[in-house]
Design a protein. Structure first.
Length: 361
């Protein structure tokens, strides 16, 4: 059987966050008997394996990024050899001569989907893929039809036996350190944590651990945040850590907070909310009692009071976090429901079935 060729261009590849893991996982799912080529001027496969826990066989080839050029004929000539081409959109569109073409949409930002006449012509032979029903809904309002492929949770999380580990006094939050778009608002998380420690003796001895990637452009924001709280030993910052290190933090953490989108009107600025939320699902699968701000894609995954908690204000977050500590029965029930929810809806098996239904190679 002749090997197929699959190409990927993701202008955000260096972020190596949940969106990158999602699109790389989709490609990995359809890569049997295929060679993968990624348009990126640097080989970052070792980082992909370490931070995202994704292994390709054979490894992908990293090739010259032709999309930094305005040469239309060069792009058409280069893409012609691909059986499938995947593009993570940053709002710019181009004609593709690949046999099948897919645009991956992970941000419901109106500016990324200007479907005027020229862009409709450019994308006529593309199919759009959304990362959540939330994103799909907004794309539909802007005249873009898409199919949803949810990400999956690694089998290592699915297989984790929650009762086998004693949880520690840790509140964990995971998300890239940056202050634009759908910022994870680590500054607000710290403020709420410090308030809670002052107000409630139950949280004496608790630590807040903030985990996330830091790009060069975001170092100033990260350092300002870290330096502001460097003398508080109850707050820890961990950046660009490996998959195994993250797994071990989930294993130990008792509570998980996700505040992205706080204070945002999602009907006006859906791009500023959490579009899906992979980290909260990872936390749920590991027995962390998970709290998410009641907006965006989190409403698709967290069922308030059943497998986790949604909150509309910081007073609610503090109250619900306090209540669960004194209700061991509810804590056990929430953990069990969360584990079942992730296993049933976000396993690799379910993901691969969804990919096969949408991606036709």
């Amino acid at each position: 059987m002749k090997r197929k060729k699959i190409g990927l261009y993701d202008p955000y590849l260096d972020v190596l966050g949940g969106g990158e893991k999602h699109i790389l996982s989709i490609i990995n799912s359809v890569s049997k008997n295929s060679d993968i080529e990624i348009f990126w001027n640097k080989d970052i496969y070792d980082e992909i394996r370490s931070r995202l826990n994704i292994t390709f066989s054979p490894p992908p080839k990293f090739t010259n990024n032709i999309f930094s050029s305005k040469n239309i004929m060069q792009k058409l000539s280069s893409l012609k050899k691909y059986d499938a081409f995947f593009y993570v959109t940053d709002g710019s569109y181009f004609f593709s001569s690949a046999k099948r073409n897919y645009i991956f949409c992970m941000i419901p930002n109106r500016n990324l989907y200007d479907m005027a006449v020229v862009n409709r012509l450019k994308t006529a032979n593309y199919r759009f893929i959304s990362n959540s029903e939330f994103t799909k809904k907004w794309l539909s309002k802007w005249g873009v039809r898409s199919n949803v492929i949810y990400p999956y949770i690694d089998q290592q999380f699915i297989n984790f036996d929650i009762p086998s580990v004693k949880k520690e006094k840790i509140i964990l939050s995971v998300g890239r350190f940056f202050k634009h778009l759908h910022s994870k608002r680590q500054d607000l998380i710290i403020n709420v944590f410090l308030e809670l420690k002052k107000e409630n003796p139950l949280f004496e001895g608790y630590k807040l651990i903030l985990v996330g990637g830091v790009k060069k452009d975001d170092e100033e924001y990260f350092l300002s945040l870290k330096n502001k709280f460097k003398n508080d030993l109850s707050i820890e910052f961990k950046t660009n850590i490996s998959f195994e290190d993250l797994f071990n933090l989930y294993k130990k953490a008792e509570i998980f907070w996700h505040i992205a989108g706080f204070g945002v009107d999602e009907n006006k600025n859906p791009e500023l909310t959490e579009h899906f939320g992979l980290a909260p699902l990872e936390a749920m699968s590991m027995g962390c009692i998970t709290f998410g701000y009641n907006a965006g894609g989190l409403k698709e995954t967290i069922i308030d009071g059943k497998n986790g908690f949604l909150f509309n204000s910081f007073e609610q977050l503090k109250a619900k976090s306090s209540d669960i500590l004194i209700n061991a029965g509810l804590m056990k029930k929430i953990r069990g429901e969360a584990k079942k929810h992730v296993k049933n809806k976000f396993s690799l098996k379910v993901f691969n079935e969804n990919v096969r239904n949408v991606i036709k190679l």
